[in-house]
Each structure stands twice: as structure tokens, then as C-alpha cells.
Design a protein around this ligand. Structure first.
Ligand code: C5P
Length: 232
């Protein structure tokens, strides 16, 4: 059984700080963790993290760093310095990059997870870049590199949770996007899982964007997702 409760991270995939502030204000106490990604960060930089920290929120800075080890380590330190609580790198950056990033995360007190195989890639895409054409095996292999290097966990699809748990144990933190409450639209997600099923499988965090941020009542939508995460 997973050792920690599952928490909801709400993806703030918007263009402006005004939109982001409005969503956070409307969700209120039902929103604890937020994800800032490339869309908002590229436009507004550290302000997009700072306004969340000023509001008392926890922040996942999802910039998926991938570069030479020193550059990535400094980027992880910078993420911690602007207030992020969790950030990520591409595991395909390799063992030395992962180790440098993990060391920087340890020293700067930020949680670090690694992205394995993007869910937008299929077996033929892996073959095109010279990898064995098996996304599941490649994701497990890269997660193993991340664990050996000292990363806290990985970002993975809901359908990979069980294999990751089997291979790397309950303490390895799994951050899981592609979640849809029962009855919600799929948007552009293809293979989804409900919050309850992802929590039961052992996700430490689930990432949900549009089903919460674009709901008529975002606070109620966030509260409903979180209610699914708490075993009865
Ligand atoms: O709106 P939605 O719930 O689909 O948003 C999910 C968030 O998780 C988005 O920010 C998306 O970029 C991210 N994500 C994902 N699938 C992955 C990795 C990240 O949907 N495999």
C-alpha cells in the first residue's frame, strides 16, 4: 500500500497572471498545490511562482530541465530560490545530469522528479530517435536511472503506476497527469484514469488541469477531486 496520501496539483495552464490569480482566488482553500508550466512561466517568469507562494500555496514548477549537468543543477537551485516546492528534469539527460540535479535538489530543499517518456511519444517515435521501440520498458529504465541518481520520483502516466511501484517501491514519488473525474470530458487526453483509481494505485500526486480550472465552479470541482483521494 502507498505510504502517503495522494494530493491534487492543479495545472495553471493560462497565459496571464490575472487569469491565474482569478482561478486561484475562485478555488480558495480547495486548492493547495498548483503547477506552473512553460506557458505561464515563459510569459511571466518568477512572478508566476511568487504570487502563489504569497497566497500560501505549494508550487510544482514544471519546466522539464534537460541540459548539461551544471546548467541543470543551477536551474534546480534557481527553482528552489524563487520558491518552488517541486520541480522536474528529463531523465533522458542521463545519469550525470540526474545526479547533479538530485544533489542540487537535496542542498536547496526542493523535491525533484524526472520525466521518463513523454506520453505524446509512441513506439515508432522511440525508434526514430534510436531507442528500443517499447515505451513501457523505456519508461521503467529511465525511472531506474532517476532513482539511482537520487531523484525523489518520476512523472508517469496512470497506467504505469503499478509497474513503477513494483519496480521501485512505495517510497518512490509518482506524479501522475492524465486524470479525469468520472463523467468529465477527455479534452485531448487519450488514456485517462479517475482520481480515486490513481490514488488507489499509489500516485503521490495527481495533476488535473482543465476539469478544475474550466469548471463552472472550480472550487467545487477541486473539492470533488480531493474527496475522491481520501479513502472512505
Ligand atoms: O488539463 P489537463 O488535466 O489535461 O492538464 C494536465 C496537465 O498535465 C497539463 O499541464 C499537461 O501539460 C500535463 N501533462 C500531461 N500529460 C503528461 C505530462 C504532463 O497532461 N504525460
Amino acid at each position: 500500500m502507498p505510504s502517503s496520501a495522494t494530493e491534487l496539483i492543479i495545472a495553471l495552464d493560462v497565459d496571464t497572471l490575472d487569469e491565474a490569480r482569478d482561478i486561484v482566488h475562485r478555488i480558495g482553500p480547495a486548492g493547495v498545490w498548483y503547477k506552473v508550466g512553460k506557458q505561464l512561466f515563459t510569459r511571466h517568469g518568477p512572478d508566476s511562482v511568487r504570487f502563489l507562494k504569497a497566497a500560501g500555496k505549494q508550487v510544482f514548477l514544471d519546466l522539464k530541465f534537460h541540459d548539461i549537468p551544471n546548467t541543470v543543477a543551477q536551474a534546480v537551485r534557481a527553482a528552489a530560490a524563487i520558491g518552488a516546492d517541486l520541480t522536474n528534469v528529463h531523465a533522458s539527460g542521463g545519469p550525470a545530469m540526474l545526479a547533479a540535479a538530485a544533489q542540487a535538489a537535496f542542498e536547496s530543499h526542493i523535491l525533484l522528479v524526472a520525466v521518463t517518456v513523454l506520453t505524446s511519444l509512441g513506439n515508432s517515435d522511440l525508434q526514430a530517435i534510436g531507442c528500443p521501440p517499447d515505451t513501457g520498458a523505456q519508461a521503467l529504465r529511465l525511472a531506474g536511472l532517476a532513482k539511482d541518481a537520487g531523484c525523489h520520483g518520476v512523472v508517469c502516466s496512470a497506467h504505469e503506476i503499478a509497474a513503477m511501484r513494483d519496480a521501485y517501491g512505495d517510497a518512490f514519488m509518482l506524479v501522475v497527469p492524465g486524470i479525469r473525474p468520472a463523467g468529465a470530458g477527455l479534452d485531448d487526453q487519450k488514456r485517462v484514469m479517475t482520481p480515486a483509481a490513481a490514488a488507489a494505485a499509489g500516485a503521490r500526486f495527481i495533476v488535473v488541469g482543465r476539469p478544475v480550472t474550466q469548471a463552472a465552479d472550480p472550487a467545487a470541482a477541486a473539492a470533488a477531486v480531493r474527496a475522491e483521494l481520501t479513502p472512505a
